[in-house]
Design a protein around this ligand. Sequence first.
Ligand SMILES: [Zn+2]
Length: 254
Amino acid sequence: MSTTEPHAPPAGVRLRIPPVLMYHSISPSGQPDPHRVRVHPDRFDRHLRLLRRLGLRGVPLAELVEAHDRGTAAGLVGLTFDDGYTDFLEHAAPVLARHGMTGTVYVVAGRLAGRNEWDDGPRLDLVDADGVRVIAAAGHEVGSHTLHHVSLRGADPAVLAEQIGDSRRVLEEVLQAPVPGFAYPWGHFDAAAADAVRAAGHDHACVTGDYLPGDRFTIPRFFVAPGDGTPQLLAKLARHSWRMRGVRATGRGR
Ligand SMILES: [Zn+2]
């Protein structure tokens, strides 16, 4: 990490950012949800209500990381939505707007206007290029989630370059703006993948599992399950605080 950037933390200091929540689909649909990716809009509304009661405000991950670098991240929570389902615009964005919050949508750039062909269904619609622009125009961040939602763990350099680099180029072309954020499909990453994300020009990246945080290219998130209520969400936020205390106590380098 360069020490010449004004807001970059000094080398060897672990990233101690507030918790980041991971959602996928926000929808009232009653179809089967075998991969547990769907949270009902009413439940999502209760989650954001809880954050407000706790004095927290949901923001895109890029805003959270930037605030961390400036030392102003207290009171913020990262809100992220993987895959770029069209229901974000229909069901998540209105709830977020009602609570004065915004989030990051990680889009699969080679599947715009397509469907989630990478798993065994049920099939859900993905936003098209216009949808990507509408999301950004509403104040949300659009991040990259590779070109085709492939696993990057163990991938060869050509695949890494295509899936990461081309995805970023597509999204920047659509948005006519930089795309600093990246999320690894299924959270699969290794050192080569993280290096490729950095080399492609991204500022930070997040994973899926929730484990000890540190590096800005493997920022952990908390999976929000379809049935998570107030107690579960409170437990996840508390667990994050406990882990961050551990990071401060050890003072270990990255
Ligand atoms: Zn995904």
